[in-house]
Ligand binder design. Structure first.
Ligand code: KG4
Ligand code: ZN
Length: 375
């Protein structure tokens, strides 16, 4: 029986290097099991898709079992299954999609193929935990009006406008080259700091001067940006390749002179550039699109400077900032289950078994339509 009020939903996430299986009942989080293959990618300084896919395959069954055990439920108790269908790495996505189809086929439960980015936002639908983490649900159960999301991770960097989470989500801006987390990883390598780059640069930056070097803010001026009256084509978009090159030039210049690279100052100045451009573009998009609540998600939400500057600028602009607990900011299955639960509650049509993983799934496709409904 499907309880539309508080459906029991299992969510599977395998779009990058985390194998995530989450279980929610309505808006209550019951389990969030995650296995990461990050250690296996460390020697390469970035995620290797084939290694990630193989690791998902090995971790899938144990992670599903762990989630069921933690939640204290059985597969046959579920009301629905949800899985990330995209965007993400093709081979990695395929593992989660195949597992979800197998479970749906074996149990006869409805299957929802959902969008990874919208799933990131959906953690805000879950009931607040004991620490009182904020929620995106108003007292009457509806989504807060004027909701936006700023997603910053190793795989993506986007500003979204979320009008109705189950069906109306718009991409306002995204990166045109590297994701912010990738820029962290590449700059950490230039500075000899190891992988993943985010936490090590964050730590090094704490000892440095963020004003030591003035690094570029990508796409923050000129014709790509335009004006409020005549917006340019990349007004809310990001680019981090110029920043990465600028850091490389500085490092090379010190090395050419035989001088020690001031690692802490470079890290702090790089971090300032990333946090500044991300938050100023998010504020601009928020002002121009009437966004009054902003959810910060993705692994880079762990960054101390990004959090501080986002908090400061949101306060200055009268915007409520929502930062979920870090375990729900990084890739996980609970966010997929949370979105699945919402889809069941609003009576959305399940996808069924006739679909394939879509590495470039657009954000407007919150959940893939059933084959019979596809044109
Ligand atoms: O969301 P996430 O777990 O998934 C992927 O994109 O795969 O994000 C991981 C990213 C990595 O690039 C990592 O360097 C970054 O989040 N990250 C940070 C910090 N902690 C993790 N970036 C900046 N500062 C941090 N403290
Ligand atoms: Zn993600």
């Amino acid at each position: 029986m499907t309880t539309t009020d508080s459906p029991l939903v299992l969510g599977i996430e395998t779009s990058c290097d985390e194998t995530g299986v989450g279980i929610v009942r309505g808006r209550r989080l019951l389990a969030n099991a995650v296995a990461s293959s990050m250690d296996q990618h460390a020697v390469f300084g970035g995620v290797i898709p084939e290694i990630a896919a193989r690791a998902h395959l090995e971790a899938m069954t144990p992670t599903i079992e762990e989630a069921l055990r933690t939640a204290g439920v059985r597969l046959q108790d579920l009301d629905a299954i949800a899985v990330t269908a995209g965007p993400g790495l093709a081979g990695a996505l395929m593992v989660g999609v195949s597992a979800a189809k197998a479970l749906a086929l074996a149990t006869g439960k409805p299957l929802y193929a959902v969008n990874h980015l919208v799933a990131h936002v959906s953690v805000g639908l879950l009931d607040p935990d004991d620490d009182g983490a904020p929620t995106l649900i108003a007292e009457d159960g509806s989504l807060v009006p004027g909701l936006g999301a700023l997603l910053v991770s190793g795989g993506h960097t986007e500003i979204l406008a979320v009008r109705e989470i189950a069906e109306d989500v718009e991409m306002l801006g995204s990166t045109i080259d590297d994701a912010a987390g990738e820029a962290y990883d590449k700059v950490a390598r230039l500075l000899g700091l190891g992988y993943p780059g985010g936490p090590v640069i964050d730590r090094a930056a704490a000892e440095g001067d963020p004003k030591a070097f003035r690094f570029p803010r990508g796409l923050a001026a000129g014709k790509y940006m335009g004006s409020a009256e005549a917006p340019g084509p990349h007004r809310y978009d990001f680019s981090f390749s110029g920043l990465k090159t600028a850091v490389a030039r500085v490092v090379e210049a010190f090395e050419a002179e035989g001088q020690e690279v001031p690692v802490a100052d470079v890290a702090a100045s790089f971090q300032e550039s990333v946090a500044d451009v991300i938050t100023s573009k998010a504020m601009l998009a928020a002002r121009e699109h009437g966004l009054s609540t902003l959810l910060l998600g993705g692994g880079v939400a762990a960054n101390s400077r990004l959090r501080a500057l986002a908090a400061q600028r949101c306060t200055e602009n009268g915007i409520r900032l929502v930062v979920p607990p870090l375990s729900l900011c990084t890739d996980n299955g609970a966010m997929v289950a949370a979105l699945g639960s919402r889809l069941v509650s609003v009576g959305a049509q399940p996808t069924g078994l006739e679909f394939t993983a879509e590495p470039g799934l657009p954000v407007a496709t919150v959940s893939m339509p059933a084959a019979a409904l596809q044109a």
